[in-house]
Ligand binder design. Structure first.
Ligand SMILES: [Zn+2]
Length: 622
């Protein structure tokens, strides 16, 4: 066997890089608003109407004087001719769960949420209901760094279940109560976020919720928050061995407390079965579902998977910070809420575990990191899809040994490639409500967002990416990070410049296509390979050469603009050559020592992590 002569023209460059401390590690100091909700609600299960009072302590941590505030009144979306109704009917590819159903709701089926009175520090306020937003002008503004108290009385009607929230779901769950109370809109460094409810997801302010719900005694509840009066309620919540003493009367008041969350969901049904699973680490998992032929067996089996998923996610993405997680049958598919999720429950086991895992993963990206989902839906759904695929592989799927190319994130890559071919793609920076089609929103947020992370592993090394995810958690938990915050964490972790990656992948729809143009025998008995950038988005290249004698080697072509190299990755062939590539040059030449006749194949990125839209020109065989 001929020993390879290693060429390393960029050794000096590597040494230089590794000795420079490129980035400092300052903690984020961004201000954010704070809330403390105290709510008392009485639900009439006969007409599905409720009354409540709310005391909201609101702290303006911003440097700004606020002369107006906004509350979300989400249930008003479920009325004929609402923005959500019209949008759902007129979008090119309607969500079949919604379609024209809102337009057909009768008076006792619509949803509403009305404010009857509102005061600020005891002084009555004037306000206007504008669809799903309450606009409030303040005579006395809220000064920077001050805390005020809003007090309100509200009344609502639970809509017939159409989307996420509502009564009498298709699986017969009585009450799925999400987006049900007057919720202060968030104000941050980008100003107010008084989004009308059109259909997409949410953004809230972190704080404490203390919620008392008075409801028919036969109803069993679950949701966000720790039950404070478990021994008076029972239904499986009581401490072991306690004799439950319920107060007399036909109603019970359930008292929940949820610290450090940005929303509060609850669900209720008299037919719920309540399973309580105590984990070794002190976390309690609650499952609530209606027992029947389609649920009985699979929900029994689910008890094994929820704790496993919690453990795995805590290890990979940061420790779950609450003492409780509840998986509750309700809603219309799967939707995440702090410390809990509402999912449909009549599913085969793989689907039930899959949806539980997906919604549980949201506890990290939506629940705790709490990125603004309207502006950065892909940082929630995409990152969640990425982590769900890993979790499912770890706790559920037995990897198909016969398929050596099986790739955890192949679903996301395929969906992204289809999106690029569809002609419907819009940049990831598009506001979630403003995508032109549902399909472009979904493929971008879920799939292109997941590819963003797996491809980041290709750019900076999977090890750096994984450490970076934990660093992201440590730096930004409970702080609403944006895309720039994320990129900065990864820059610090890898020592590479990644602004270009953000700009191309997030703000544009430019695609990646690299190809092997020619392979020629060189005059000095070596081989000359010409590579070509065909797509408009530049990327670093892993070029792997396999020789007929079985030897494999890698030529690494980092971009000049990334200002460095990823480390050698586990399982990759050793690098014989590192050669920077300027993106302005559409072709580049690589010269190998060994003869062309020795080569069996040459391939660009055999790991498949670079989202090359045309892989046909990535490989040449001889
Ligand atoms: Zn999701």
């Amino acid at each position: 066997m001929i020993k390879l002569m290693k060429i390393n023209i960029s050794l000096t460059f590597i040494l230089l890089l590794s000795s420079i401390p490129y980035f400092s590690d300052a903690q984020s100091e961004r201000w954010q608003q704070a809330v403390k909700y105290d709510m008392d609600v009485k639900m009439d299960v006969k007409n599905n109407q409720y009354h409540g009072s709310q005391v909201l302590e609101y702290t303006n941590n911003s440097p700004d004087t606020l002369s107006q505030v906004f509350f979300h009144l989400y249930y008003n979306a479920f009325q004929p001719n609402s923005m959500m109704d019209v949008r759902s009917r007129t979008i090119a590819d309607p969500d079949r769960r919604v379609g024209d159903r809102i337009s057909k709701l009768k008076q006792d089926e619509i949803g509403y949420l009305k404010i009857n009175s509102l005061s600020l520090d005891g002084a009555e306020l004037e306000f206007e209901h504008v669809g799903t937003i309450l606009e409030v002008r303040l005579d006395e503004p809220i000064l920077p760094h001050s805390t005020v108290v809003f007090e309100s009385e509200f009344e609502g009607q639970v809509p017939l279940q159409v989307r996420r929230s509502g009564r009498d779901s298709q699986e017969g769950v009585r009450l799925s109560m999400s987006q049900w109370y007057p919720k202060m809109a968030n104000y941050d460094e980008q100003g107010w976020h008084a989004q009308p409810y059109i259909g997409r997801e949410f953004y809230g302010i972190f704080g404490d919720f203390d919620v008392k719900i008075t409801i028919d005694k036969t109803y069993i509840l679950g949701g966000t928050g720790y039950l404070q009066n478990a021994n008076e309620i029972g239904y499986g919540y009581e401490e072991k061995g306690t004799e439950v003493k319920r107060p007399s009367g036909n109603e019970l008041t359930w008292h929940f407390h949820a610290p450090k969350v940005h929303d509060f969901m609850w669900a209720a049904d008299p037919k719920y079965t309540h399973d309580k699973i105590q984990m070794d680490n002190g976390i309690t998992v609650h499952h609530l579902y209606i027992k029947g032929p389609k649920t009985q067996e699979v929900w029994e089996k689910l008890k094994e998977y929820t704790p496993k998923a919690l453990d795995y996610l805590s290890e990979r993405f940061g420790e779950y910070p609450y003492k409780q997680f509840s998986v509750i049958q309700g809603g219309d598919g799967g939707m995440e809420y702090p410390m809990s999720t509402l999912i449909t429950g009549e599913r085969p086991l793989n689907s039930l575990v899959g949806v539980m895992v997906h919604e549980l993963v949201h506890s990290w990206f939506h629940g705790v990191l709490a990125t603004n989902e309207s502006l950065y839906p892909w940082m929630d759904e995409g990152f969640t899809s990425f982590a769900s695929a890993l979790t499912m592989e770890e706790i559920f799927a037995k990897k198909d040994e016969s398929n050596t190319r099986s790739f955890t994130h192949s679903g996301s890559y395929q969906s992204y490639i289809r999106l690029t071919e569809s002609g419907l793609e819009e940049p990831l920076s598009t506001h979630a409500d403003h995508y032109h089609t549902n399909s472009a929103y979904s493929a971008a947020s879920y799939s292109k967002g997941a590819v963003f992370l797996e491809q980041l592993g290709y750019l900076i090394g999977a090890g750096n990416r994984d450490k970076g995810m934990l660093r992201y958690w440590d730096t930004w938990q409970f702080k609403h990070p944006n895309v720039n915050d994320f990129i900065r964490v990864m820059e610090k972790e890898s020592g590479l410049e990644l602004d270009w990656y953000k700009e191309y992948w997030v703000y544009s729809t430019k695609t990646i296509d690299y190809g092997i143009k020619t392979v020629e025998a060189n005059a000095n008995s070596g081989t000359k390979i010409t590579l070509e950038r065909i797509g408009l988005m530049p990327m670093p290249i892993d070029l792997v050469i396999t020789y007929k004698d079985g030897e494999q080697e890698m030529v690494y072509l980092p971009l000049v603009i990334q200002r460095g190299e990823k480390p050698l990755e586990e399982g990759m062939p050793s690098r014989v050559l590192t050669q920077r590539w300027a993106w302005t040059h559409t072709t580049t030449e690589v010269v190998l020592d060994r003869a062309k006749s020795d080569i069996k194949s040459i391939e660009i990125d055999p790991s498949g992590r670079m989202a090359d839209v045309n892989r046909k020109n990535n490989r040449m065989e001889f």
